[in-house]
Design a protein around this ligand. Structure first.
Ligand SMILES: [Fe+2]
Length: 539
């Protein structure tokens, strides 16, 4: 190396002189302690658009909807769109006026703006930006769907729900890196934990960030996107006692404690005859601690109560005046999904159909009015020109945890899914992974009625439960499934063409965890081809 020679004395002096200001600065900050930046500040809207998200409320081949948020100083939203050009300054955009609505969240007031681009050319790359005429986002790209069946991929996520910023963002980003040209992302409910928490929704938008502005979102609501309207006080509860009676219990204290294993809820209460008690729940609602008072009030022993879900037998905790369910007020302002005819008003934009390049995607709402959705479901399955059909809703048809069975839902909807041989059903809710396939049914013990035929080769529907966030439950009856996982955050990439559907599940660290292919056969059910090595799956 041709040396640049520096006098050693000069270098020592330079270091000492250079360090002096640093030493001074660090001494001045010695007593400093960090303080939490408030959610109000962290998620405050401004005149600059944020939470930009693409969805479809109409045909993906000729339309594209976009929604964004600003502060309330922005009275009118505008979206500009042009054919994408390699010469950006040559683009001549058309302007589309947005519909602007005031949204009052738990921590701020904002304006949500929703615009729809219409009369687009199929299979075409567009550039668009949103703003108010003075303050604009950058130009984003999106590509319209082809108007005929063409190969495409999409990404499916089970529940994100908890610690979304900390622990879900990396899952989304890993999925995007694996499938950067995905046609859309599909979210099977419980995107967040507390339905009306604007900070949680802000975190959900921040993980995908600009990707939601370039790859559309399809989402179905989970129980955590649900609230109660016209309800009584949540402190007033009913329990079932050991003697079979319904007893009145009143919560007097509720504390949320963060632990390494997730949140713990400490609850104090008063039962009949002013008997006081206390218990602790984990973040899955299971009882992890009870005192003498709770044993006296309920009549159950500690052994019976510990580990059970408070919402299920034996205690069956429930609100005395539960009111009616309703989707979070965030849902409709921030997502524009198809508004279907023939369903209850309360289900609008949660129950819908989107056809994408030869595949019909159906979102059902498993949180309310499940029976009322049947005629609509039947109509969109009967009159379906697409080769493939994928149905998504939050609560699983087959749950791998023994106390989380949704027998009523299965009895209502599965006969129709069977009748029309739906190809794939994507669920969430259970915070585990379980995917149906051909297993030895004679080995199935202790599973509810119907699980013996969880995969029926004469029908061919594959059912999946998955989880993308960090909250994890236990598997207690996974023997019906071909592939299961506990304690694993996952994302799924699904590639569809006219002959086959390739499904792959990946762990949050990008390792292939599950894989199969469905082969479409004329006049016959799909052929399910397992694609993992034999030692990696149940026989
Ligand atoms: Fe859920």
């Amino acid at each position: 190396m041709n040396g640049l020679k520096i006098n050693p004395l000069i270098s020592v002096l330079a270091i000492v002189v250079g360090l002096l200001p640093i030493a001074h600065v660090s001494l001045a900050h010695e007593g400093w302690m960090p303080s939490k930046y408030s959610p109000e500040d962290a998620h405050e809207p401004s005149p600059l658009p944020d939470r930009v998200v693409l969805t479809w409320e109409d045909d993906p081949a000729t339309t594209q909807s976009v929604t964004w948020r600003t502060d309330t100083s922005v009275k009118r939203g505008v979206a500009e769109i042009a054919l994408a050009s390699a010469n950006g300054r040559a683009m001549k955009p058309d302007a589309v006026q947005a519909v602007t609505t005031l949204f009052e969240s738990d921590i701020n007031d904002a304006h949500y703006h929703s615009a729809i681009f219409r009369d687009l050319q199929p299979d075409t790359l567009y550039a668009y930006r949103v703003g108010d005429g003075e303050n604009w986002t950058e130009y984003y790209h999106f590509k319209t769907a082809s108007d005929r069946a063409r190969p495409f991929s999409f990404i499916y996520f089970g529940d994100a729900q908890n610690d979304v910023r900390t622990h879900w963002s990396r899952v989304f980003r890993e999925a995007f890196r694996d499938s950067p040209r995905a046609a859309f992302t599909l979210h099977a409910g419980d995107l967040i934990d507390v339905q009306n928490s604007d900070a949680e929704w802000g975190d959900w938008h921040q993980g995908p960030d600009w990707v939601n502005a370039t790859i559309p979102v399809i989402a179905t609501p989970g129980n955590h996107e649900y609230r109660r309207v016209n309800e009584g006080s949540r402190a007033f509860r009913y329990w079932s006692s050991a003697s079979g009676e319904t007893i009145e219990v009143t919560m007097t204290g509720f504390e949320e404690v963060d632990t390494d294993a997730g949140k713990v809820y400490q609850i104090s209460l008063i039962g009949p005859w002013f008997t006081m008690g206390s218990l602790e729940l984990n973040d899955g609602g299971r009882i992890i601690k009870v005192d003498e008072g709770v044993l006296e009030i309920s009549g159950f022993t500690e052994e019976v109560l510990l580990g059970s879900s408070i919402y299920k037998p034996p205690l069956q905790d429930r609100q005395r005046e539960p009111g009616e369910p309703a989707v979070t007020t965030h849902w409709r302002p921030q997502f524009a999904f198809p508004v279907e005819e023939g369903i209850d008003e309360t289900l609008k934009e949660t129950v819908y159909v989107i056809d994408y390049q030869g595949t019909r995607f159906i979102s059902l709402n498993s949180n309310e009015a499940t029976e009322s959705q049947i005629p609509w479901l039947r109509s969109v399955l009967e009159d379906n020109p697409n080769r493939w059909t994928v149905v998504t809703f939050h609560h699983p048809v087959f749950s791998p945890a023994s106390d989380r069975d949704n027998a009523e839902l299965r009895n209502l909807w599965k006969p129709i899914l069977d009748e029309f041989k739906v190809d794939l059903v994507l669920n969430g809710h259970d915070h585990t992974y379980a995917r149906t396939g051909q297993v030895d049914a004679s080995a199935l013990l202790n599973v509810p009625t119907g699980y013996q035929q969880a995969y029926d080769p004469n029908i061919g529907t594959v059912y999946v439960v998955s989880v993308s966030g960090p909250k994890m439950y236990e598997i207690t009856k996974g023997s019906y499934a071909k592939r299961v996982a506990e304690d694993t955050q996952l994302y799924q990439i699904i590639d569809i063409n006219d002959k086959s559907l390739r499904y792959r599940a990946f762990t949050a660290t990008g390792a292939l965890y599950d894989a199969f292919t469905l082969e479409k056969r004329r006049g016959q059910p799909n052929r399910l081809i397992e694609a993992l090595p034999a030692e990696s799956r149940r026989q």
